[in-house]
Design a protein around this ligand. Structure first.
Ligand SMILES: *Cc1c(COP(=O)(O)O)cnc(C)c1O
Length: 397
């Protein structure tokens, strides 16, 4: 997944353009820029790459999720349905708006289980956040029809799935709003950065203004601009955008390398009896940033995971005991350990997490192993890895 592995001359050139004129900010200073508008150029490239009408760059993927929700009017007291398996950013982005995260089970896609989503809907539910984890996707058509039926907003967190598609449409572009991260370990990186995408021009205008203190961005005198509503600062810097501009142009190259490496590893371990793969909904194409597979039971998955480490096979995880990606170890969330007071509604919802039955999620996460696909491997390294992985799994099974 990580585009940083192939950081090179094209990234340096874009950054140098910015350093040469010294305009590190994405807005204003027109005369000083020598025509360089890296954030704008990156937004245009992303519009094309993601087949969407509008892209708003922001400072992180977490900011993208908050800005997406805020732009669609989600806030205090609104419930947002999210999965048990994601990154902590999902609930952070919801809670910072005063909205309430409602955690529900995942299924064999490693994303939201549509049945669990439907069961969690209450009169306060306003949005469903479908996190397209580890390079693939959930049952998006089913979740979309649930959202339509109940008049809920569908937010796609495609931070880990840029370049994946469903029925020919880029992941992130199918919901009402899509979110991307360009942090240092994502498929394409800005160092730090994120994007909100949408075909809804009102949400886009809101995102553009909200992420820059409410600036209306009319005219070319920032100080004279008006503030139609309250905003915050979630701006990306021109330096970060410059890195992303070089990286987005290399996305097709990155995806094809990932696909090649992924296919070699998958073909090898597919021959081991007992190994099954994460379900990809029909019509879905992964971005091949992770290879996800299941072992027959949790004990075997843990033994394979340990044996991988002992045999030098790095970057493979069983997320059951992971601190950052799975609900089991989110004790800070379950115990509402906030530096500042949280609303009673949020505290009430969080308190349920200590007793909610997530055995369905445990079933899938406990048996899963998720292997990062690196861009920098040589063909020899991938082949060697494929051989080692199948031998280790065979030995454990
Ligand atoms: C990385 C990530 C985020 C947050 O992105 P940052 O840019 O690190 O804030 C959100 N959701 C998912 C699924 C992610 O993987």
């Amino acid at each position: 997944m990580p585009g940083f592995e192939l950081f090179g001359d094209s990234e340096r050139k874009e950054v140098n353009d910015v350093l040469d004129n010294g305009v590190l900010m994405r807005y204003g200073f027109d005369a000083m820029r020598n025509g360089h508008w890296k954030a704008k150029a990156l937004e245009n490239e992303l519009c094309r790459a993601l087949s969407t009408s509008h892209v708003q760059l922001v400072s992180s993927g977490t900011a993208a999720v908050s800005v997406a929700l805020a732009s669609a009017g989600i806030g205090a007291g609104d419930e947002v349905i999210m999965p048990t398996f994601t990154f902590v950013a999902s609930f952070e982005a919801i809670m910072i708006l005063g909205a309430i995260p409602v955690l529900v089970d995942i299924d064999d896609t490693l994303a939201l289980d549509p049945k669990a989503v439907e069961a969690a809907i209450t009169p306060k539910t306003k949005a469903v956040m479908l996190v397209q984890m580890c390079g693939s996707m959930g049952r998006i058509a089913d979740i979309q029809s649930i959202c339509e039926k109940h008049n809920l907003l569908l937010i796609e967190d495609a931070c880990q799935a840029i370049g994946g598609t469903y029925q020919g449409k880029p992941l992130g572009s199918i919901g009402d709003l899509g979110c991307f991260s360009f942090d240092f370990v994502k498929t394409i990186t800005c160092g730090e950065g994120g994007a909100v995408i949408t075909n809804n021009s009102e949400y886009y205008r809101n995102a553009d203004q909200y992420s820059d203190h409410g600036h209306d961005h009319v005219g070319n005198d920032r100080g004279a601009e008006t503030h139609p509503f309250l905003g915050y600062n979630f701006r990306i810097s021109e330096l970060n955008a410059a890195v992303g501009l070089a990286q987005v142009r290399r996305l097709p190259e990155f995806l094809s390398i990932q696909k090649k490496h992924y296919s070699i590893l998958r073909d090898a371990i597919a021959r081991v009896p007992g190994v099954t793969f994460r379900t990809i909904p029909e019509g879905g194409v992964e971005n091949y940033s992770f290879l996800n597979f299941f072992l027959p039971n949790q004990d075997m998955a843990q033994r394979v995971s340990e044996a991988f480490k002992e045999n030098g096979i790095d970057a493979c995880w069983n997320y059951y005991d992971n601190n950052w990606h799975y609900v089991r170890k989110w004790h800070h969330l379950k115990d509402a350990k906030s530096l500042y007071p949280l609303s009673t509604e949020i505290k009430h919802e969080l308190s349920k997490l200590n007793t909610t039955d997530f055995s369905q999620s445990d079933h899938w996460i406990g048996r899963n192993i998720s292997c990062l696909i690196k861009l920098s491997w040589t063909e020899e390294e991938v082949n060697e890895r494929a051989k080692k992985m199948s031998k280790v799994i065979t030995d454990v099974l």
